[in-house]
Design a protein around this ligand. Structure first.
Ligand SMILES: Nc1ncnc2c1ncn2[C@@H]1O[C@H](COP(=O)(O)OP(=O)(O)OP(=O)(O)O)[C@@H](O)[C@H]1O
Length: 230
């Protein structure tokens, strides 16, 4: 279990994260929802140790290790002139992942057939899936995906949904995914986390049968945050 306790981050006059406490459990997919600038990426970066913060984040009561996490934050950066396989081999060497199962990870995201293609030859959807394969390569406990469906067409979005829900979700792994696409979040998440102005506004089970109901709740929450000036 990932335990986030009273995590805050202030830079100059701006409070990016405001006393965030959350518990994230293996076996679940969490959807992180919030408008532009809410603090989603900053929260991911604090978990990954990419930004300073006050408060405490632990995994099963232990200090965090970079091995605990796999992440896809913002646009996935790879070497354009290397092939799919070469990119993953390089990443494994860089992270000192012992005996990475590159074939399985590529099969999982349906890219084994494209293993000899250069990164520059991949479609956006293939690039996102390769980013997820890379994030999952060391079989981390926590998989952090920041807007993985950004810019994808409906088929690409569907592929990511199937990948997360039917292939990567497991009792051993916790997946935290941020998205502005409420339809996707309604379809894949077990739990919902609403964030606004660096604060967690609400956490709840995803009981939404359709995205219209989630959309309505999202709008109500965000409008009331704006009124309160959160
Ligand atoms: N290094 C920084 N210094 C100052 N402000 C920052 C820094 N990084 C991010 N911010 C600000 O912190 C706020 C939260 O940014 P963040 O990128 O975490 O939001 P987000 O929820 O991921 O937004 P989006 O949905 O647009 O990706 C924004 O107002 C952003 O401008």
């Amino acid at each position: 279990m990932l335990n986030i306790e009273n995590v805050s981050l202030t830079i100059g006059a701006y409070t990016l994260l405001d006393n965030i406490s959350l518990q994230l459990n293996e076996g679940k997919i969490y959807g992180l929802l919030g408008p532009n600038g809410a603090g989603k990426t900053t929260l991911f970066k604090s978990m990954l140790g990419l930004t300073a913060y006050s408060g405490k984040i632990t995994s099963d009561n232990q200090l965090l290790s970079s091995r605990d996490f796999g992440s896809l934050i913002e646009y996935p950066a790879f070497y354009n002139n290397l092939t799919v396989v070469e990119n993953l081999q390089l990443h494994s060497q860089y992270l000192e992942i012992q005996q990475p199962d590159i074939q399985s990870s590529l099969e999982q995201v349906d890219l084994w057939g494209a293993r000899k293609k250069k990164f520059s030859q991949l479609s956006l959807g293939m690039k996102q899936r390769l980013g997820i394969a890379r994030a999952f390569l060391g079989t981390p406990k926590y998989l952090l995906l920041d807007e993985p469906t950004n810019g994808l067409d409906p088929m690409g979005i569907k592929e990511i949904r199937i990948l997360l829900k039917d292939k990567l979700k497991s009792p051993q792994h916790c997946i935290l995914v941020s998205s502005h696409n409420l339809t996707e979040i309604a379809a894949i998440a077990d739990e919902l986390i609403f964030i606004h102005g660096g604060q967690i506004i609400k956490t709840m089970q995803n009981t939404f049968e359709n995205e219209q109901d989630l959309e309505k709740l999202y709008e109500d929450i965000m409008i009331s945050c704006q009124k309160e000036g959160a």
